[in-house]
Ligand binder design. Structure first.
Ligand code: NAD
Length: 254
C-alpha cells in the first residue's frame, strides 16, 4: 500500500529507543523527515538520526526536550518549525513505567509519572496543534497508550494505568475539538513489546514464558510493528479514523 507520506515532517518523542525508534525508523523508510526527541544518551541519538537519514535519503534531526516541561516543549517546537517549516505528524511516545504501590509511593513519584505520561502529551499536542492550525496543516497526533489504559492486571502501576487511561480520554476529547480543522487524533495501545522499558522481563529466564502465556499470539511484539501501525494511522489511508485508541496487544485485551 502506498501511504504517500513522502516529504512529511514528524516529531517522535522518546524517538531513539524502543517503540519510538521503531516508529522513527519506519517513518524514515516511508520518506518522512523525523525530529527525534530525546532526554538522555545524546551521542546515541545523533548516531541513530544520522543513520536513518542516510539509509533512507531523508533529513532526521535530534531534538532535546523533557516533555513534562512547558519551556522545553516551546523550544523544541520552535527548533523544528525553524528547520522544516511545519509539523505534519506528532507521536507522543515518551513514557516511563515504574513499579510501586500507590499506598507506599512518595507523592513526587505519582506526580512524575502523570507529568511525563499524561501532562507531556497535553503540553506538546497543544503547541503542535496550534502550529498546524496556523499553517493550515491537516496533521495527525498519535498518542502511545497501553493495554494498561484499559486494564490493570499487574500490580504497582496505578500511576501508569491512570495516566494511560487519561491519555485515551484526551485522545477522544482533542479529536472532538479539532476534527473541523482536518486534524486527526488517534491512540495506539501496545501490550508487550520488546524494548528497554521491560527488559527485566524479557531478559529474565522464566519471566518471559510467564508473560507469553498471557499473550494470545504467543510472543512479544517488535518495535517496528508499532511503526507500521503508526505510519498507517498517520497516512490519509486512515482518514476515517479519529478519537479512538487501537488495540495492538496481540490479543491481550480480548
Ligand atoms: P523506552 O524506555 O525505550 O522508551 C521510552 C522513551 O521515553 C525513552 O527514550 C526515554 O528516554 C523517553 N523519556 C522518558 N522520560 C522522558 C521525558 N521526560 N522527556 C522526553 N523523553 C522521555 O520504552 P518503550 O517501551 O519504547 O516505551 C515507549 C512508549 O510505549 C511508552 O509511552 C510506554 O508507556 C509505551 N508502551 C510500551 C509497552 C511495551 O511493552 N514496551 C507497552 C505498552 C505501552
Amino acid at each position: 500500500m502506498d501511504l504517500a507520506l513522502q516529504g512529511k515532517v514528524a516529531l517522535v518523542t522518546g524517538g531513539a529507543t524502543g517503540i519510538g525508534a521503531g516508529i522513527s525508523e519506519y517513518l524514515a523508510m516511508e520518506k518522512v523527515h523525523v525530529a527525534v526527541n530525546y532526554i538522555v544518551d545524546e551521542p546515541q541519538v545523533i548516531e541513530f538520526s544520522e543513520r536513518i537519514s542516510k539509509e533512507n535519503g531523508v533529513s532526521c534531526i535530534p531534538v532535546y526536550a523533557d516533555v513534562s516541561k512547558p519551556e522545553d516543549n516551546d523550544a523544541m517546537v520552535k527548533k523544528i518549525l525553524d528547520t522544516f517549516g511545519r509539523i505534519d505528524i506528532l507521536v507522543n511516545n515518551a513514557g516511563i513505567w515504574p513499579t510501586e504501590d500507590m499506598k507506599d509511593m512518595p507523592d513526587e513519584h505519582w506526580m512524575r509519572v502523570i507529568n511525563i505520561n499524561l501532562n507531556g502529551p497535553y503540553l506538546l499536542s497543544k503547541r503542535v496543534v496550534n502550529s498546524m492550525i496556523e499553517r493550515n496543516v491537516k496533521g495527525v497526533i498519535i498518542n502511545m497508550s497501553s493495554k494498561s489504559g484499559f486494564q490493570c492486571n499487574t500490580g504497582g502501576h496505578g500511576h501508569y494505568t491512570t495516566a494511560k487511561a487519561g491519555l485515551n480520554m484526551m485522545t477522544r476529547s482533542l479529536a472532538r475539538e479539532i476534527s473541523s480543522y482536518g486534524i486527526r487524533v488517534v491512540g495506539i495501545a501496545p501490550g508487550m513489546v520488546r524494548t528497554p522499558i521491560n527488559e527485566d522481563k524479557w531478559k529474565h529466564d522464566g519471566l518471559m514464558d510467564d508473560y507469553i502465556k498471557r499473550i494470545p499470539v504467543g510472543r512479544f511484539a517488535e518495535p517496528i510493528e508499532i511503526g507500521y501501525l503508526a505510519a498507517f494511522l498517520a497516512s490519509d489511508k486512515a482518514c476515517n479514523i479519529t478519537g479512538t485508541t487501537l488495540d495492538s496487544t496481540g490479543g491481550m485485551l480480548i
